[in-house]
Design a protein around this ligand. Structure first.
Ligand code: ZN
Ligand code: ZN
Length: 260
């Protein structure tokens, strides 16, 4: 049974509803004991501003999380979902992990760079692109900045080949996660997205079962999160995530928090 969720978004990212207190209230009612708030990070250079808060909203965000913890009767932890791009790693470390700010960061790939071109995570035109995707995930894991990696199998939204090239990419991710000892996220929001169709069969874009079978083989731990963009989704799909993990015998991990 799930007791925590570390992946939630507030209204500040322009594609979610509610604030920290709304999620905290919903989480308490659902019986969670710990809740992480992890909105999309603001960025100093204003990259893709339509899906994230402004730099000027950071203090208010942290304040809202503190207040939610004080008033809602549940432990609320400040975090941030951070795009995996090396040019921001210094900012994450200096600004987001500064004392009194975030207690954990989620590393998430929404775009990867292939031959200096930025490409959407769900668009994998060929195996060389998948290798670039995997390299980006591995660089995030090896940075040591992140408590876990969100939806590491996002690529499966646009890829269904389980061949030797794919396995090599997934192995690289598993070896890095195993080496760093950080969990990979089974992302519940994938279950709530429109299914994708490959060879006449439909499935969720992610979580992708072959990916998680290899995680089990490597003994890499997983963390189950709802990736809620509305307070009423605070525990959405966690049962399906847990079922997938249990079915494959995956080890359960949790978010490693700063000063814990
Ligand atoms: Zn989002
Ligand atoms: Zn994400």
């Amino acid at each position: 049974m799930y007791r925590e969720n570390f992946h939630t978004h507030t209204y500040r990212c322009h594609h979610a509803m509610g604030d920290a207190a709304d999620y905290a209230g919903a989480a308490r009612e659902a019986g969670l004991t710990r809740l992480g708030i992890s909105d999309h990070t603001p960025l100093p250079d204003g990259w893709t501003p339509e899906i994230r808060m402004d730099m000027g909203e950071l203090q208010d965000y942290l304040q809202a999380i503190r207040q939610a913890g004080e008033t809602q009767g549940i432990l609320v932890i400040a975090g941030m979902e951070c795009d995996l791009n090396r040019r921001y790693f210094g900012f994450y470390e200096r600004e987001l992990l500064a004392p009194g700010r975030c207690r954990y960061l989620i590393g998430a790939l929404h775009y990867y760079t292939h031959k200096s071109e930025e490409i959407y995570a769900g668009l994998i035109p060929g195996a060389a692109y998948l290798a670039s995707y995997a390299k980006t995930i591995v660089s995030g894991i090896e940075s040591g900045l992140f408590a876990f990696i969100a939806h590491p199998d996002h690529f499966a939204a646009g890829w269904n080949r389980w061949d030797s090239e794919t396995k090599a990419c997934v192995r690289a991710i598993m070896e890095a996660a195993k080496g760093a000892g950080i969990p990979l996220e089974i992302n519940g929001n994938g279950f709530r997205k429109s299914p994708v169709n490959f060879d006449g069969k439909t499935r969720p874009p992610y979580p992708w079962t072959p990916f998680w079978e290899m995680a089990a083989e490597y003994g890499v731990s997983c963390i189950c999160n709802s990736d809620a963009h509305r307070p009423q989704d605070v525990t959405a799909s966690l049962d399906r995530c847990e079922k997938l993990a249990a079915g494959l015998g995956l080890k359960k991990g949790t978010a490693r928090l700063l000063d814990e």
